[in-house]
Design a protein around this ligand. Sequence first.
Ligand code: GLC
Length: 418
Amino acid sequence: MSAELDVKAQSILRGNDRGGYTVPTAGLYPYQWNWDSAFAAWGFSTFDIDRAWEEVETLFSGQWPNGMVPHILFHKDDPGYFPGPNVWGAEHKGPIPSSGISQPAVAATMIRKIWERDRAAGETRLLELLPKMKAWHKWYMDWRTVDGAVVVTHPWEAGRDNCADWDSAMAMIDPQGVGDYTRRDTGHVDPSMRPTKADYDRYIWLVQRGKRLDWDDAAMAEDRPFAVADPTLTFILLRANRDLAHMAEAMGEDRSEIDGWSKALEGGAETLRNPDSGIFDAINLRSGEHTGHVTSASFLCWYARLDDPRMREELAESFASCRYPIPSLELSSPDFDGMRYWRGPTWAIMNAMIAMGLTDMGYADEAAKLREVTGDLIAEHGFAEYFHPDTGQPAGGGTFTWTAAVWLAWASPNAEGA
Ligand code: GLC
């Protein structure tokens, strides 16, 4: 059974391959997405290491001169997707038409995993990528940190598009003048599984603002209408810096600047601890308030190699709360919606990163349990984009690249594990 699923997962990656890069799923997401590609590369590395390197190389081929690696690369125009390149208006900013924001910096961590599978095969390719990864992480440190925590300036930047952590900040935006537009996502997927129209108006309004400011970092940083200090970006970048420093040192390069970034982010991560609950959550920087939501991103602390007894208690609660943890929003929240994207469903990639952290911190039992439930979830319900945390009902897009990739690299009983 699991061998058959391995074959199926490989065929999903091959099927979503568009020549040098994979799309997350045909139709709904027809371009190259940043962190999706990092996971895809991890998946490819289990059966085609050359293709794994190619995936991340194509991703970095879209890097802007300022170091930013865009969240979407529009290699070939596709009218089935909105907002496309002309809405972003960033075609002239980098070598490939792209969006104007970034996404979680998972790539360095996945590149380390690929390289460690076969160091000899990867050495030259790693040497080429090192300065590119460093420039990207520096861009994050220069333009997206406040008190050491990484700030989301558009909900899509954290990869958790409509999560409850953005609600208070989104409510402070008046999307006046956004104008008419036609969404394409709801033509591919049931609207009840997607963000609302109120959310979309604000997403597009923020894109229009970026375009007006020509995506200039300094101009964009003034009077940010949306700014949320976020556990996803902070923990993931901290982990990525640790992996990058390790690889740089192994290649005989100086790691001290990168270690300095990690120190700053460690301080920033501490600011994300909610003083009332002791849980890591987000901060709406325009109001200064913690959001108070326990999300799957809260549990990325171990991935960043930060130990935390309070979060382990919370993890035990999350495990007990549903059949297929970790929900993207805790089930006891009044905002929980088990089928709506980042407001409740379980996402296999988040589980993979959480388990990776648990393993690294020596919590083998919890890591094994998370792997087992995620494996069951995929085996029973398919390679969907995300799943209801209690029923396992598959939702969003099907034949999804990153779900197939984490199956191959981690959740499959035949995988090496995280
Ligand atoms: C959605 C997800 C985002 C992902 C993209 C492509 O926008 O929220 O995290 O990168 O789809 O899969």
